[in-house]
Design a binder for this molecule. Structure first.
Ligand code: IVH
Length: 641
């Protein structure tokens, strides 16, 4: 914990081995806090849910000192006195909660959605900085940050690369991925660390300030961050922020800001919480990191709605934890306003800490005679003249037959949340277009085996798969079609609300703008877009063609939204063997309803094998690949959950 061992490693190792020997002989003497118990032997099938006794809230944040000043002013007004803050580093990791009973660690969990997290006790136990037994036999819950030190991250990514795995984008993702391992041995190998910063129910321990709470937790055996400091006014806070804005790169772990917490716990209680965040604490986020690079090219692409967008292609650079080689330039106005030219050296930052963006051009580094970046006048796909609609900034191609647009539309139509035509991705769509087999979505329903045989590498099996995927999509409930048509402003959620409300496409098509705008959660913008869309003669013709092709136009719900948190959500699952209580098709449907992708054969990509009685080769293969396996009893328990 303190990086100050009291004996040499050799002595420790010897004692550890002796302990292991003794525990093997006298298993009744193994204590839960024995150092041998850090890595449990059992591999889990899934994490249990854990309801937090006290919700784990989030943290309000500000991005400038002016906003921070305002925050402080507001608090002072509320409590009618000067406020002192405990300043802490905002560690870039994941929040965890640790529960101890009579001094022994009994449960550790993730934040989850703040109300319900996941029980990851086995994994947290492998982290040496987390004490298995406290210095006093107290019952207490503490919270803090689990993170991966920069050095461990570099080592892990180097290893991922040599072993052919995908490197993690940043230490935070690496920490998250390492904590959510069903096999604690994997977590154990990842060198995670923690800083504990919150004491739940401090009043039990005669602690009156946040600063004391940290000292108390440190005395109990937790690792706390040494940089916390009490600041009595904005000037002291400013000094703290300046110090760590400069020093952050030299720290062995990542930080993304500073957290200010009212130091006096009685004042904290007086200020209380909103539903989402405590009123007495705030995060000051560092300005986004910047990086310098050179723009080699500006490419223009046509989107589904005809908007033509420029993207800068650049020398790859490291920016706030990821490698960046492309950045959207949004539109021609932005290129002109910032005077971005091909060949320019530019500074990049991440908007909202995620999307790379050009902050400014380093004009001094511009090669002589660099011309302004050309703004296209015609569509890069179909060559038709580009226009600005109304007073839109965006350049648009308004040719409804433009191949790039049609490709995007068809791909969207086939996508998972729309008509869900598996196997119809952008590359296949492009081939279908190039061979003049489809020009709009209705044409998909007239494709024959002979047509598909003309596509690259399409043999009997792939032909049949695609034809049956297209055929199956005819039965979709109509919200998928409504979304798939790509009507402006109509996302998946609006499509479902509309389908449910109007019952079928005909009622939606003939509804007045007012009637649509009256639907709960549907606004006037959507209503106008829908009426405009269905007015077009081309659209009416398209719907007639879809109807004639036997595409279902009725709502056949209730369809549940795609489940995001279930024991199989987002997982690739294989079912094998015989089941006493469940039929295979019913089980498949139920798992799919819970967000699983059910496939037929076990591979490296399989996340879970559900094995009934008399399972054979698939079970053996899954065992060989270390794929987690679930039997019928466990499955039923999970389904009941
Ligand atoms: S206080 C109400 N103190 O930042 C929850 N959080 O952006 C606030 N974090 O969820 C907890 N360092 O995971 C607190 N010194 C610190 C922190 C810290 C990092 C994380 C924490 C929180 C997130 C909010």
């Amino acid at each position: 914990v303190e990086d100050a061992p009291t004996v040499e490693d050799k002595v420790y190792d010897q004692a550890y081995r002796q302990l292991q020997q003794l525990e093997k002989q006298f298993s009744q003497l193994i204590t839960p806090d024995s150092p041998t118990q850090r890595v449990g032997g059992q591999v889990l099938n899934k994490f249990e849910k854990k309801r937090h006794a006290i919700p784990m809230l989030s943290l309000g944040d500000v991005f400038s000192k002016a906003e921070l000043f305002e925050f402080d002013q507001r608090l002072q007004q509320q409590v009618q006195q000067a406020v002192a803050y405990n300043c802490e580093l905002k560690i870039d990791g994941l929040a965890i909660s640790l529960v101890y009973r009579d001094g022994l660690l009994v449960e550790g969990s993730t934040r989850g959605n703040g109300i319900i997290g996941e029980n990851i006790t086995n994994n947290l136990k492998t982290i040496k900085a987390i004490p298995l037994r406290l210095s006093e036999p107290v019952s207490v819950e503490v919270r803090g940050e689990c993170y991966m030190p920069k050095a461990a991250f570099a080592k892990l990514n180097a290893r991922q690369e040599t072993e052919g795995g995908t490197p993690f984008a940043n230490p935070r993702n690496a920490a998250a991925g390492s904590l959510r391992q069903l096999d604690a041995k994997v977590t154990a190998a990842r060198e995670l660390d923690t800083f504990i910063y919150t004491l739940i129910e401090p009043e039990q321990f005669n602690v009156t300030t946040q600063h004391e709470a940290i000292a108390f937790m440190q005395a109990l055996g937790f690792t706390t961050n040494p940089s916390s400091e009490v600041a009595g006014d904005m000037q002291a806070i400013d000094t703290y922020i300046k110090k760590y804005t400069t020093d952050r790169d030299a720290l062995p772990y990542g930080i993304d800001g500073i957290v200010l917490k009212v130091n006096d716990l009685a004042l904290q209680a007086q200020l209380g919480n909103t539903v989402k965040v405590p009123r007495w604490e705030i995060a000051y986020k560092f300005p986004p990191e910047e990086a310098e690079t050179v723009i080699h090219d500006i490419v223009w692409t046509v989107g589904r709605t005809g908007v033509v967008t420029p993207t800068a292609v650049m020398d790859p650079v490291q920016l706030a934890g990821t490698t960046v080689a492309r950045a959207t330039l949004h539109n021609a106005d932005m290129i002109r306003d910032k005077d971005i030219r091909i060949g320019d050296t530019v500074m990049l930052h991440k908007a909202g800490d995620i999307i790379p963006e050009v902050s400014r051009v380093l004009v001094a580094k511009r090669p002589a005679d660099t011309p302004p970046a050309p703004i296209p006048e015609v569509c890069p796909s179909c060559g038709q003249k580009l226009v600005h609609l109304d007073d839109e900034v965006a350049l648009r191609c308004i040719n409804p037959m433009c191949p790039a647009q049609v490709q995007e539309q068809l791909t969207h139509f086939a996508s998972r949340n729309a008509m869900n035509i598996d196997g119809l991705g952008p590359k296949i769509v492009a081939q279908l277009q190039a061979k003049h087999l489809v020009k709009d979505v209705a044409d998909l329903y007239h494709l024959t085996a002979a047509d598909l045989a003309k596509l690259d590498k399409f043999k009997e099996k792939s032909i049949n798969n695609l034809l049956s995927a297209i055929n199956n999509s005819r039965q979709n409930s109509v919200e998928r079609l409504i979304f798939g048509l790509g009507i402006r402003h109509v996302g998946g959620k609006a499509a479902r609300i509309l389908a449910e409300h109007f019952g079928d496409l005909d009622h939606l098509m003939t509804a007045s703008q007012e009637a649509i705008a009256d639907v709960p959660n549907i606004g006037p913008t959507i209503a106008e877009a829908i009426v405009t869309y269905f007015k077009a003669a081309t659209v009416q013709k398209l719907i007639t063609q879809l109807r004639e092709a036997d595409v279902n136009l009725r709502y056949t719900g209730p369809t549940k939204p795609v489940v995001k948190d279930s024991f199989v959500a987002g997982k690739t699952v294989v079912i094998t063997g015989k089941f006493a209580e469940l039929s295979r098709p019913a089980l498949t449907k139920q798992l799919e309803g819970l967000g699983a992708k059910v496939t037929g054969s076990v591979s490296k990509k399989t996340d879970l094998l559900i094995a009934g009685d008399a399972a054979g080769s698939k079970l053996a293969k899954a065992q060989g690949l270390n794929v987690p396996i679930m039997n019928e009893t466990e499955l039923l328990a999970n389904l009941k959950d």
